[in-house]
Design a protein around this ligand. Sequence first.
Ligand code: 13P
Length: 266
Amino acid sequence: MRRPFVAGNWKMNLDLPSARALVSELRTRLPAAPPIDVAICPSSVYLFPMARAIADSPIRLGAQNCYPEKSGAFTGEISPQMIKETGCTYVILGHSERRHTIGPKGPDGRVAGESDEMVAAKCRAVLAAGMIPIVCVGETLEERDKGRAEDVLTRQLAGSLAGVDPAASMDIVIAYEPVWAIGTGRNATPEQAQEAHRHIRGRLAERFGRDAAERMRIQYGGSVKPDNALTLMKCPDVDGALVGGASLKAADFAAIIDGCIQARCH
Ligand code: 13P
């Protein structure tokens, strides 16, 4: 069985005192040994202090991005090895904000953000450094409205996993994050999430084989809140959540973790 996994993507939020307070409250609210994996993904400058804050707890650490080279003249970037040194287990890759929001605008006014090719290079580098990539995929509202959601997922998966050694596939986590559901308060319905996750698992089976695909975890992300976590995570192919806004409040994040445990571990 796939071990469920809930991670909090803090994005560019919190200052150091509030990050410490959040972790300290989270520790009091979580079971000592939850039957699921739990991680927080703070800003990279807070990785070292957060590694100390989560010591001797079931909470693991993740970074939000990396650069796919070991070292060199890459001003402002951080290598997987540097991230590993902070104590990280996970690295989020290809988040939709990196694909669609951050980066120079092209002539059509659209942001030319991170490409599938870059995500794939990062994915291979993170695996080589001995960490677990959380590879984000998801369609925009325009793509969904045009009936192209599944094509977009197929293309993003093929591109973002290019060149990945099939032997390492089971260490990869996929996060399905429909762009229209991120930070909007409008989550995918359980039916929409299950349909997309089923599609993703099918593509993973084509790429890595049925056994590997059955063991790979696919998180849902996009306006996950305490009141929708249970129903979303009851979907058979939804193996946890990548939580943005609600992971910044200990009570909400703990309630989502509890919803996941109730949905998947009873
Ligand atoms: P929200 O939970 O704030 O919608 O963000 C989702 C997300 O982008 C997690 O990576």
